[in-house]
Design a protein around this ligand. Structure first.
Ligand code: IMP
Length: 175
């Protein structure tokens, strides 16, 4: 069973607001927007259309959760972006920040490769299991707890296509 947490209208309004804030903050500077696959693919696609700046879009992929609900604790980079980041301003787009390990690891990765700056935009800040307090520059929503699916978020690769975000109340893997 699942219960709705964020409607598509709420998400749409928030994406617009975040895009406006980012456009103002970067003031015509060039950005590389890096979406974290797979979860942030829809959020990234919507967010870039709300940002009025010169930008490039790329994606990075990490493995951490496997097919279950709990993190393995180890973040492995399985796909890097395909352009040099030396001297570039990076906006890392994440679907949800939970323990904070993923954004911490990715921010370090880009800084080590010479990025001029790394800002983080997360659709959902879920502080329930936070281990590393990495600064999140742009937060869409704060959700206290629970496992969320929809709008790109999955459970065992299911539910990513739902337009709204739901709290998943049981762990049955759908057929
Ligand atoms: P962190 O490294 O613990 O902050 O985890 C971040 C990643 O875990 C996100 O990119 C998601 O892929 C995944 N994740 C964390 N919480 C949820 C959730 O409630 N639903 C779906 N995926 C989640």
């Amino acid at each position: 069973m699942k219960t709705i947490v964020l409607t598509r209208q709420q998400i749409q309004e928030k994406v617009k607001e975040l895009g406006q804030r980012i456009s103002q903050d970067f003031n015509r500077e060039n950005l590389i927007v890096v979406g974290v696959l797979n979860g942030a693919f829809i959020f990234t696609a919507d967010l870039v259309r709300a940002i009025d700046l010169p930008l490039q879009v790329d994606f990075i992929r990490v493995a951490s959760y496997g097919s279950g609900k709990s993190s393995s604790g180890t973040i492995t980079l399985t796909k890097d972006i395909e352009r040099p980041v030396q001297g570039e301003k990076i906006l890392l787009v994440e679907d949800i920040v939970d323990t904070g390990l993923t954004i911490h690891r990715l921010k370090q990765h880009f800084l080590q490769h010479g990025a001029a700056s790394v800002h983080i935009c997360a659709l959902i800040d879920k502080r329930e299991r936070r281990e590393l307090d990495e600064k999140i520059d742009y937060i869409g929503f704060e959700v206290a707890e629970g496992f969320l699916v929809g709008y790109g978020l999955d459970f065992a690769e299911q539910y990513r296509n739902l337009p709204d975000v739901y709290h998943l109340n049981n762990t049955t893997v759908p057929k």
